[in-house]
Design a protein around this ligand. Sequence first.
Ligand code: ADP
Length: 564
Amino acid sequence: MFKKWRLTDRTRTLLTLELAIVLPAAALMGFSIWNLKHLQHSGGFEAAIQRELSHVLKIAEKKTLHRAIELTTPVRTAFPNPDDDHAAIKAGLERVLSEHPEFAYAFLYDKKNNLFLSRTQPRRDHDPQFCATTQETINMASTWIPLEASQYGKKVRAMADKDEDPVGFTGGWSIQDNQRNYWNIAYFVPPGVPKDRTTLGVVAFDDDYLRKNFLPAMMKDVLTSKNNVPEVEANPPVMMIHRSMDSAPWLTSGNWDGANPEAERTFQYIFPDMTLAIKYQGMTVADIGARFLRYNYIVLAALSLFMVAGIFLTYRNVSKEMNLARQKSDFVANVSHELRTPLALIRLYAETLELGRLSAKEKYQEYFRIIREESERLTALINNILDFSRIDAGRKEYEFQETNLGELVHSTLDSYRFQIQQNGFGFEENISPDIPPVNVDREAIARSLLNLVNNALKYSKDQKHIAVKLYRSNGSVKLEVQDRGIGIAANEQEKIFEKFYRCGDPLVHDVKGSGLGLSLVRHIVRAHGGDVLVESVPDKGSKFTIALPLVLTTQPGDAGSAVV
Ligand code: ADP
């Protein structure tokens, strides 16, 4: 009946725990795992990073265009007019070029005046090689520009109408001396030219400038700007530029490591046939995805472990509390019983004595002895309860004083010896003479010893023998109480020191007790810096050993008292 109540109560606690914590938490975990698996299968994470990187490349193109317009605007607005005389036009071209060394050449084409006037970068006039190749390019342009001029002109005028910067860009790849070069021009209508005229101003970025300054600066700007590129620690993003027709790198950001790019973009608004590529150094997006998933799985696993540990701890605590509650109610029943029995006996014998009708003198003696023994038992019980409640409330104080332990043990046993022998017990007392004085609370130690001896008396059946030993061993003093009684099962040997705990043995339940004695003994001994141990074999007997350190751990500075 009792057991059943306990079982259902536990099951109920377990169920509540499961419903309240485990189920939602497990559902959450399951959902997260399902989510991660889904992400893994769909490649969603990789796709998201690739989308971000493509977006970065779009920004890169915008920046490139913006910067190119920024560089051409001052040239465009200061460009000579086709109706000026030739010398003025030439001077004008020379002036804008020398003010802007990033351009290799400039020319002005006008259909109406049949004009094509050009100038190479004056700052490099002393470089014949440069002048020759540049002039060659200009000559080529002079053949095809008249064919395209009308269309280019329309295009930039339309841009102006839309309030955009009226500059067009074109370019392409050429091979010179086995080296791949990118040629380019920026075209516009010079200021003050009427709408019906087919006139174009053209400047071209210097090859070297484009390759060594302009494009590297753009890549650096894009790569180092934290807002653009999604961060992957320890794996910085890297970029390169290649011809749209093949994938061999033409220009790379210094740390490019050669593997396949994650995202690419061919320029649309500037520099045709040029493709931008981006990736993370030393790592593919798939690796990053795998790392992200691994990391998440580890976090989930750790969380699950924490949860399991938490549930285990909670369950253990709840069980403990429930046990304690049960033991407390047992305790109340036991204690009331224990108080009632001696009181009833005392009253019975006292009444008999009061009547004065006893004939034999021995009877008087026996009745008085019973009354004394029962009141002693009452006192011991009440002392235990008082001590326990003080310890439980954290108010127990000890008064340590230098004590001859041998003498204390002997005198404590003396008052008990008679009772022990009366109960038919063989009694052995063995006190070693070499025990130095020890700082102890005399009353507490005496009570511990009495509790142990009392237990030995209570939990013995046929083999009635008690041995008490006091001896010195390795820096401590040991006080042993050994019996040949019912013993304690191995799995209960630690529990008996817990408050209210009483063994499951049916014989124990026939014996009166509160389950407080040993827990008190342990509190007391530990307050002295020592410990109490039990060795026991069921049906053979038990041996309790109190070990007290010879040097007390409590400092004398505590005025000889310690609070537990
Ligand atoms: P109580 O004796 O009042 O029940 P204790 O705290 O002194 O409480 O002991 C706890 C339990 O340990 C006892 O109920 C008993 O089951 C077991 N026990 C203690 N001493 C002995 C012993 N000498 N032999 C066998 N069992 C013992």
